[in-house]
Design a protein around this ligand. Sequence first.
Ligand code: FAD
Ligand code: UDP
Length: 406
Amino acid sequence: MFDYLIVGAGFAGSVLAERLANEANKRVLICDVRPHIGGNAYDFYDDAGVLIHKYGPHIFHTNSREVFEYLSRFTAWRQYQHRVKACVDGQLVPMPINLDTINQLYGLNLTAFQLDEFLASVAEPRDQIRTSEDVVVSKVGRELYEKFFRGYTRKQWGLDPSELDASVTARVPTRTNRDDRYFTDTYQAMPLHGYTRMFERMLNHPNIKIMLNTDYTEIQGVIPYGEMIYTGPIDAFFDYEYGKLPYRSLEFKFETHDVDQYQSAPVINYPNDYAYTRVTEFKYLTGQVHPKTSIVYEYPQAEGDPYYPVPRAENAEIYEQYKVLAEATPSVRFVGRLATYRYYNMDQVVAQALKVYRTIVAGGNEKLELPAKMSRAREMEPAKARAVNGNGHSKTNGSGLLERER
Ligand code: FAD
Ligand code: UDP
């Protein structure tokens, strides 16, 4: 008999498995439909022996000391400050847009002060910043928006920036200094021996059993457990009762080249050319020394594995309906990027999982008292569960997005 069945062995599931087993002495079964742990952060050595990320480049960065210290129990780190270039008008220029980007692009020699003035002269003021177009156009004007953001966003999301929440392009700042780092977080580092090794150490506990290649529906009703923690897509859990929540997908094309270095930056973005959005060369990220090098192209797709929730009002509304169902299903906790439909980075998912753990141990654990049979009955009858709380209003602010935890 397990105390918990955890669905999904990514950050959300693995942090909770580790905490529940190590701190609360619970017996945990964690399953994943994939043949490996680590979720989207999974990395492995390819045929050439180069460490690559199966689901695209994952760069760890956080402002949360708690998250960094927590993960440091399971890994040593390699200091790494991420840098990106964008291919615009035939040139490779720093991205996010900074002083050097503008000077290089237009062949100028502006100072930071002059760039401020220039941006102020081209920016289109907006009363309200609602969309991803508003965010950029109000800061850098239409021309730079079209060069750097419009094409990339249309490719990445299959939507115009004017159809996406402001939060999407707001992830990328504009700078008038020469700082060319992609992130400015306090902690920026890569797990020294890779993400998978870190996950192995998190899950290495006698109270944790791992079942891979296993959809939770295959073991539900067969293996008894107390409570469920679900980290997969929330719409799938409720059998798409309110329709499909859009998740953007990607196809990854990997290549290995017989050269030490393939491109001049860890990531090169292609906002305006090609069907792919960006090309990543992994050795920059991992620091691996190897005579060959492996890269990945990302091709955005509408169908396929769910990678990105799509932040826009109409999707937040659908999510809110599922959230009401989730709240009326007390034997299951929904955690992580897919289950809470949030465009979260890894550190935000870790913070969310640690918070859920604290809720469990601080007496938000009335769910622990539910007899296992009742738990399962409820899980299998979402429609009935909804009837209990059918008219309930959601407790969130409805944006479907949370600010980064600091
Ligand atoms: P996931 O990692 O998706 O884990 C959920 C798991 O549940 C999956 O392994 C899935 O197989 C399993 N599952 C689903 N349904 C079932 C089922 N029915 N039965 C059993 N198992 C199931 N974040 C950063 O901080 N920095 C980055 O640089 C970064 N880059 C990214 C690049 C890409 C291309 C993508 C897609 C994401 C990136 N992220 C990055 C975000 C990061 O991947 C997520 O924040 C994090 O991995 C989410 O963890 P999770 O546990 O919520 O979800
Ligand atoms: N973006 C863009 N041009 C770029 C980089 C980013 O238009 O060169 C926009 C795009 O909409 C993208 C979003 O900003 O989806 C967030 O970028 P980020 O690099 O954070 O995306 P992620 O790494 O999560 O895929």
